[in-house]
Design a protein around this ligand. Structure first.
Ligand SMILES: [Zn+2]
Length: 77
């Protein structure tokens, strides 16, 4: 399988995804993805996407709660 964006080689990896649950931002760690070695494009397989949906639908307790620094580009420069 080749990258749809640039034709580069794909390799299996894990990623931390930025998702939304009930309109709130969440992070999901250790998600199996296929990533392009050339442009960095990430691909998520159908079964993994389905599992992500199931996890988000369930009212599961997160493994950790983070407090995340937020920068405003306009104010920070
Ligand atoms: Zn690529």
């Amino acid at each position: 399988m080749k990258c749809y964006q640039c034709g580069g080689e794909l390799k299996r990896s894990v990623a931390t995804l930025h998702l939304q649950k009930d309109r709130k931002p969440i992070f999901m760690e250790n998600v199996p993805v296929t990533i392009c070695e050339q442009c960095g494009e990430e691909y998520i397989s159908g079964p993994v996407a389905e599992k992500l949906g199931q996890i988000l639908d369930k009212d599961q307790k997160p493994q950790a709660l983070l407090s995340i620094p937020l920068f405003d580009f306009k104010l920070a420069v």
